[in-house]
Design a protein around this ligand. Structure first.
Ligand SMILES: *[C@@H]1O[C@H](CO)[C@@H](O)[C@H](O)[C@H]1NC(C)=O
Ligand SMILES: *[C@@H]1O[C@H](CO)[C@@H](O)[C@H](O)[C@H]1NC(C)=O
Ligand SMILES: *[C@@H]1O[C@H](CO)[C@@H](O)[C@H](O)[C@H]1NC(C)=O
Ligand SMILES: *[C@@H]1O[C@H](CO)[C@@H](O)[C@H](O)[C@H]1NC(C)=O
Ligand SMILES: *[C@@H]1O[C@H](CO)[C@@H](O)[C@H](O)[C@H]1NC(C)=O
Length: 355
């Protein structure tokens, strides 16, 4: 039996600051794709393998067939070895025009991309939607988002429909989701918790068909994947700023850790790191006091993943208390969900990451 020791290290370097990228964790590998810096939209697919000691350089896998930003990505497929990159702005590499393909799928075993043929009614393209994989049925639940083409924010259309992609049968599941549907929103997070409920946090919403505003951070939207029903919870507890561009991960203790984001006025949302306790009713916001040692700058439009007790944060744009975000982040940061401290290295339990 191979004794596996792995150390996630703060000296991981990413190549440059980027926003609007998307990520998926498969086994021990964190895949990060697309996004843009101040100049370019990228087609790159990088991965970090956390079973390799001091593997601190992102490995380049086969690039996405299109330049991609503001999409959403989920694991999927019969063996959960595929990544589905859904929607967002996808530009043809040769023509710079918007791609006609809505979904690309990356096979992590064979290192190749396909545009899978998906039966059923193809939904409209959207950016900043959320996607959540349900391991019970292989379905990817896609919610919300905004139109891609518009350059004028005022004429952006927001979605509140709920789309399900069966990642095994490769079909769009016709689902009449406008019944009891919540407000139209984008740039929220969606996290599947242990009882089969998807918890949606934050984002911005369109109300009265004309006003774009922060979603009330205490109004927690939920979708029960077992009953197929929407519901709400009103969170109590510590004061938390509304936010979009944030990330949420499910910690091993069953609670949700939300990091970063900014408000609709583009200012930093505070506190940077907050915990939504969802294991008891009512849900409760908790703002732990966290030592600043090893902490990242405040970020928005970054990516996050959780590996055992370690939340990994990278990329994104650094937010400010006084202005719009001030510039890209190019480092990886680690947070210990047991000690609530930012750490420099993490040693996971041996062998856990074998497929
Ligand atoms: C899933 O994994 C099994 C066992 O490794 C393999 O036989 C099968 O071909 C895989 N299926 C797909 C669709 O990759
Ligand atoms: C991906 O690679 C596998 C194994 O080499 C091959 O069978 C399959 O046809 C490839 N798919 C595409 C779209 O290139
Ligand atoms: C968008 O709407 C706001 C508020 O109504 C207005 O101040 C602003 O000028 C509009 N922007 C554009 C580009 O139309
Ligand atoms: C969804 O709505 C369509 C049109 O109203 C209807 O034909 C279909 O049966 C509905 N599907 C479900 C699952 O309720
Ligand atoms: C960060 O945000 C600012 C303000 O919106 C923007 O000008 C800049 O391009 C962003 N940085 C990156 C890396 O996207």
């Amino acid at each position: 039996m191979l004794l596996l020791i792995l150390i996630l290290n703060i000296y991981f370097l990413v190549t440059d600051g980027r926003v609007g990228l998307t990520s998926a964790l498969i086994g021990s590998k964190l895949y990060i794709m697309g996004g843009a810096d101040d100049k370019y939209v990228y087609a790159s697919l990088l991965y970090y393998d956390f079973t390799v000691l001091f593997d601190n350089i992102g490995h380049h896998a086969t690039p996405i067939p299109v330049y991609s930003i503001w999409g959403t990505a989920s694991i999927g497929g019969p063996n959960r070895t595929k990544i589905f990159l859904i929607g967002g702005k996808m530009e043809d590499k040769s023509s710079d025009s918007l791609s006609n393909t809505l979904v690309y799928s990356f096979d992590t075993i064979n290192d190749n991309w396909t545009a899978p043929e998906i039966s059923g009614n193809q939904p409209l393209r959207r950016r900043e939607a959320s996607s959540t994989f349900n391991p019970d049925n292989g379905w990817i639940y896609i919610f919300g988002g905004a139109t891609v083409k518009s350059t004028n924010f005022n004429s952006t259309k927001f979605f509140n429909d709920f789309i399900i992609l069966d990642s095994i049968g490769l079909s769009w599941i016709n689902f009449n989701s406008s019944i009891d549907a919540p407000s139209r929103r984008a740039s929220h997070t969606a996290t599947l918790i242990s009882n089969g409920i998807i918890v949606f946090i934050g984002g911005y919403e369109l109300v009265d068909d004309k006003t774009i505003q922060d979603v009330d951070i205490n109004q927690i939207l939920m979708y029960d994947t077992k009953l197929g029903k929407w519901d709400y919870q009103f969170a109590v507890g510590d004061n938390v700023d509304p936010r979009n561009g944030h990330t949420s991960v499910l910690a091993p203790d069953g609670n949700i850790i939300t990091y970063g984001g900014c408000r609709i006025d583009d200012l930093r949302s505070k506190p940077d790191l907050v915990v939504l306790k969802v294991t008891t009713i009512p849900f409760q916001w908790f703002a732990p006091s966290i030592p600043t040692e090893n902490a990242p700058p405040p970020l928005t439009c970054h990516v996050a993943a959780i590996i055992e007790n370690c939340m990994v944060i990278s990329y994104g744009n650094i937010t400010s208390d006084f202005s719009e975000p001030i510039g890209g982040n190019s480092e990886i940061y680690l947070f210990d969900t047991n000690s609530y401290k930012w750490i420099k290295e993490y040693m996971p339990h041996s062998g856990l990451f074998f497929f």
